[in-house]
Design a protein around this ligand. Structure first.
Ligand code: AMP
Length: 208
């Protein structure tokens, strides 16, 4: 089973993709995480990518597709979930060349809820768990005790920019996948568990 989880910035893609991958034994491909790995590796591209992410812009289609292909070529699982890719029509076309996607889960949230989530989001440096500042009793990750930090792009100015870019460049993909008959809308306005249940219902009915 090959899936895409899409939605606006901080709509909960990472958390729900993690759940799906654990339940169905699929490979989690988060393009945001792949880019953050490149930034941490201090290679020639690192500084340029850091600037792009910090300002809320998108990295080039060619670079991101190369990272996705690399990850796909190492896949030993029965399928994968793409989290954060494709984000432009061109990326969707690139993906279609040799990949078959069974379903696209669109997580729908509103601007105010996601902004609040962004401002309270912390990420575990070690296990990459996405955490909310309110659930952090100490300064360490509750799952692995790793240190936690704030993402470069989790501030109001960058969020606004990311939201605009989502509406202009990524939202058109909704129609693209709707026309293919593989788009499933999930309202993500309550708890993580309730959203996971809604996704499970959809996936359990998929004939793949
Ligand atoms: P995310 O962790 O998915 O929220 O992504 C963080 C940032 O990484 C985005 O705001 C973009 O700057 C960059 N990024 C992630 N995925 C892509 C993509 N598919 N295309 C271009 N840029 C991306």
């Amino acid at each position: 089973m090959n899936l895409i989880v899409m939605g606006g910035p901080a709509c909960g893609k990472g958390v729900q993709t993690k759940h799906i991958c654990e339940k169905y034994d699929l490979l989690h491909i988060s393009t945001g995480d792949l880019l953050r790995e490149v930034i941490n590796s201090n290679t020639t591209n690192s500084q340029k990518i850091k600037e792009i992410i910090t300002t809320g812009n998108l990295v080039s289609d060619d670079l991101i597709y190369e990272l996705v292909l690399q990850k796909l070529s190492q896949n030993t699982k029965k399928g994968y979930v793409l989290d954060g890719f494709p984000r432009t029509s061109n990326q969707a076309l690139m993906l279609d060349v040799n990949q078959n996607i069974d379903a696209v889960i669109l997580l729908e949230t509103d601007y105010e809820t996601t902004l609040k989530r962004v401002l309270g989001r912390r990420v575990c440096v070690h296990c990459k768990a996405s955490l909310n500042v309110d659930e952090l009793k100490g300064k360490r990750c509750p799952y692995c005790s790793g240190a936690v930090s704030t993402r470069l792009d989790d501030n109001e100015t960058t969020f606004k920019k990311r939201y605009e870019i989502y509406k202009m460049q990524s939202a058109p993909l909704i129609k693209y996948y709707e026309d293919k008959g593989i788009l499933y809308r999930v309202l993500n306005n309550s708890s993580i568990d309730e959203t996971s249940k809604k996704i499970d219902e959809i996936l359990s009915k998929l004939k793949v």
